[in-house]
Design a protein around this ligand. Sequence first.
Ligand code: ADP
Length: 161
Amino acid sequence: MAKIGLYPGSFDPITYGHIDIVKRALKIFDKLIILVSVNPNKTTLFSQEERIDMIKHELLECIDKISIITSKTLTVKHAKELGATHIIRGLRALTDFEYEFQMTHANRVLDKTIDSVFLMTDNKFSFLSSSTVKEIAAFQGDLTNFLPPYVKEKVMKKYQR
Ligand code: ADP
């Protein structure tokens, strides 16, 4: 039976950090479901459609192993319904830990059959977040090391003066 992982996130926008986690996860799982979240506590720069378009564009080489969905309910419910056994999350620094710790335990209470797997990115992406990217973009900084060209273009357009 194919081993399926569910990778949830805002992906606002997808960065080299996310791409690195996807590639690592595909060494463990046969298939990956990318769950593009709607977080009521977060306003996003990109619409869901735009975020999905960028994810598809950047993961074209492994698209046969990936499906992209938008979140409509709890992450664990999506996992269960779609046959994913694990939720995949990336870990950068210690600052990620507190939130991930809470989420993992909350998810476990909601459904003890779904476990979480944490992967660390390459060192060079360990400081990278979508928020950092947006802050740099707001000051017209160079995003070449953080974003693939297609995504970089889309971000710069949003911040065009
Ligand atoms: P969320 O709002 O769910 O945190 P993000 O898109 O910011 O959505 O992140 C989705 C997942 O990808 C999280 O687990 C996050 O820790 C991970 N992630 C994002 N950027 C990186 C990175 N540079 N290195 C490792 N993991 C990352």
